[in-house]
Write a protein that binds this ligand. Structure first.
Ligand code: MHF
Ligand SMILES: O=c1ccn([C@H]2C[C@H](O)[C@@H](COP(=O)(O)O)O2)c(=O)[nH]1
Length: 283
């Protein structure tokens, strides 16, 4: 939580105004931030200076791991966060590759679970990584990437947290996650939870101890219409101690995650938080 607030404060103090063409808004921006999450000691990086809807964040990541391409599937598992990008962005609505209502296109898990080869085959990067790690193999390239420039025109958005690189040191699993673009008030509140969750669940299904996540963010920004709430409300609040995140221990395989797992299999204990803040969302 401290590192999150420090990044918010850094943007307020040192950020530079940058015009963003896609959203038509200005963003107060810094370049490069390195956050880390101590999964080994169970320090769950949940924002406490406003109420965080952590279940929606977990649902998003489960949707990515399942390779969802429809906002309707995301809704069914418990989050509406893809509705606007799927159905409200004029450029995407006019894109001939869009397959209709709720389609988000070839983004995130569609890429990670079905990487296109030149021969027209598909590679399931996630299944390969799970296989390797389960056998104690780290080939120094256990990378789940969602980033395929060749299909950007077939998606409503390019993936933001686009690469997850897993490493083994003995029986401990580590994760380096990289994010190209970060909406700090809204997106990062979710992305911290997702990176923590990803290491915790991958350690559990490959039978390793979780170590740390190292989360690299390149462009970290606050949209102009979010700034007053960040500066005058959220940054004025004192954080509470971190809560604990609990995963159903019956989840043992990737197949479990793909088939029967729901948000009821995850719990947060000891979550003390301030009042919610509704930040404006830019489509
Ligand atoms: N501008 C922008 N920021 C993002 O963070 C973002 C995108 N676009 N597009 C793709 C996904 C969708 N994400 C989202 C979308 C909505 C919320 C959101 O509205 N959050 C609210 C309420 C969440 C709820 O009720 O479940 C929040 O207060 O956190 C958060 C992340 C993250 N990503
Ligand atoms: O997981 C996510 C997904 C999206 N975001 C934010 C970052 C930007 O504000 C927008 C994406 O816009 P681009 O023009 O494609 O950069 O969504 C996030 O923070 N986290």
């Amino acid at each position: 939580m401290k590192q999150y607030l420090e990044l918010c404060q850094r943007i307020v103090d040192e950020g530079v105004w940058v015009d963003n063409k896609r959203t038509g808004k200005r963003c107060l921006t810094v370049i490069n931030a390195d956050l880390s999450y101590d999964v080994e000691n169970g320090i769950f990086p949940l924002v406490t200076t406003r109420k965080s809807f952590w279940k929606a964040a977990v649902a998003e990541m489960i949707g990515y791991l399942r390779g969802y391409s429809s906002a309707a599937d995301f809704r069914r598992i418990g989050t509406k966060t893809w509705d606007a990008n799927a159905n409200k962005n004029a450029q995407w609505l006019a894109n001939p590759h869009r397959k209709g209502v709720d389609d988000i296109g070839e983004a995130y898990g569609v890429v990670g679970r079905g990487w296109r080869t030149p021969e027209g085959q598909r590679i399931d990067l996630l299944a390969q990584i799970v296989d390797d790690l389960s056998q104690g193999i780290d080939n120094r390239g256990e990378i789940l990437t969602f980033y395929n420039p060749g299909v950007f025109d077939r998606a409503c958005l390019r993936p933001c947290m686009y690469s997850h690189h897993f490493s083994l040191l003995g029986d401990t699993l580590y994760l380096n996650s990289t994010q190209r673009s970060c909406d700090v008030p809204l997106g990062l509140n979710f992305n911290m939870v997702q990176a923590y969750f990803l290491l915790a669940i991958m350690a559990q299904i490959t039978d390793h101890k979780p170590g740390k996540v190292f989360h690299k963010i390149v462009n970290a920004h606050i949209y102009a219409d979010q700034l007053p709430l960040m500066q005058d409300v959220q940054l004025k609040r004192t954080p509470y101690p971190s809560p604990t995140f609990i995963i159903n221990s019956n989840i043992k395989t990737l197949h479990d995650l793909e088939s029967w797992v729901s948000l009821d299999d995850f719990k947060v204990e000891g979550y003390q938080h301030h009042q919610p803040i509704q930040y404006p969302f830019s489509v």
